[in-house]
Design a protein around this ligand. Sequence first.
Ligand SMILES: NC(=O)c1ccc[n+]([C@@H]2O[C@H](COP(=O)([O-])OP(=O)(O)OC[C@H]3O[C@@H](n4cnc5c(N)ncnc54)[C@H](O)[C@@H]3O)[C@@H](O)[C@H]2O)c1
Length: 392
Amino acid sequence: MTAPLMSLTWTDHVTGRQGFLVVDRLVRGVSSGGLRMRPGCTLDEVAGLARGMTMKEALHYDPEGRYVPLGGAKGGIDCDPRDPVSYGLLVRYLRAMRPYIESFWTTGEDLGLSQDLVDRAAVEAGLVSTIQAVYPLLDDETEARRRLADAFAVEVDGIGLDELVGGCGVAESVLAALDRAGVPYAGTRVSVQGLGTMGGATAWFLTRAGLTIVAVADVKGTIVNPAGLDVDALLAARDGYGTVDRSALRPGDRELPGEDWLSVEAEVLVPAAVSYAIDTTNQQGITARWIVEAANMPVLPEAEELLSARGVTVLPDVVVNSGTNAWWWWTLFGDIGPDADEAFAHTRRAMRALIDRMLARAEADGTTPRAAAHAIVAERLPVIAERFGWYR
Ligand SMILES: NC(=O)c1ccc[n+]([C@@H]2O[C@H](COP(=O)([O-])OP(=O)(O)OC[C@H]3O[C@@H](n4cnc5c(N)ncnc54)[C@H](O)[C@@H]3O)[C@@H](O)[C@H]2O)c1
């Protein structure tokens, strides 16, 4: 693997906390990748996520599309988002990163941060927008910005479209895997770690597709009900950080420790919270047939080897959770309009095509889906670079 184009560590002069930015590569002079805030965030973690963004961008390359992939990047801040100092720290980080955001890093929400919060802090930091570096690539900037703003204003069931599209892609990945294996949706049980943006939206779509969510974990622990949880009630009982108010639990719901979401009886596990959630030790308790990575890097490589050896299929993050990033660009570049049905239909079509291509390749090559996704990316990157230039 080649080293990233740029990686930096920033130290806040007020709190002494650190923030990171890794730009894995630029395409047409621009990169894309969200900003996360979590205690213990490291430069290595951010570098892995930035590489993942390069892959997500390349996987969605459609030579006929208006959206042309950008390079990959990621930002990270080592702080608990619920810490009272976190907002000031976020503003100072964005101010320090301003030259990069103005010229080549487009960013948005990730773990620990909501888009609203990032947007508010960005204005305070003196930025026009967190994606302003891409504006010079647009045909009609005013129209494109209006389209994206209109799309952000769309809500379904009280949840923003921007928060739903990622989960739409994750859910479609689950459904595509079930279809390939000939497993019916009804009766398929799912356990989700994280009920924030990604986990919440994934549960919303899977419930509507007829699957049963039997467990969800948040930062406070696991909530289980083998007969099925009332997902809509849990979603309505979340605070701004995706923590469920336990007073909303129904008779039959039980509270268990945080790690128990892994070992409940379910066919599908959806890690949708932290990186490194599944390791060589706790993977032993997993009985599910599929692990569908909504979170970034939730399964450690050594754990994936062990899981794969005993027939558990891991659908990789770079494909599964790529919907949100692609939706921003499909909307901004004008492949789709600011409409929920159009966004869901486009996301479903693109995700299904990607999952099918990846699984077919894995079967043909006798590899894991992740190795197949990486092989597809390795073939695409030079094609993109040849078309748009290696360094411009
Ligand atoms: N938001 C996006 O657009 C997006 C897109 C692609 C990938 N992702 C990835 O999805 C994952 C989740 O991101 P998000 O934006 O949904 O985050 P979020 O902050 O909206 O929600 C995180 C959820 O995880 C829970 N959680 C946090 N720590 C936990 C722990 N130790 N154990 C159990 N639960 C825990 C929180 O309680 C919350 O329910 C991250 O890995 C992120 O990189 C997010």
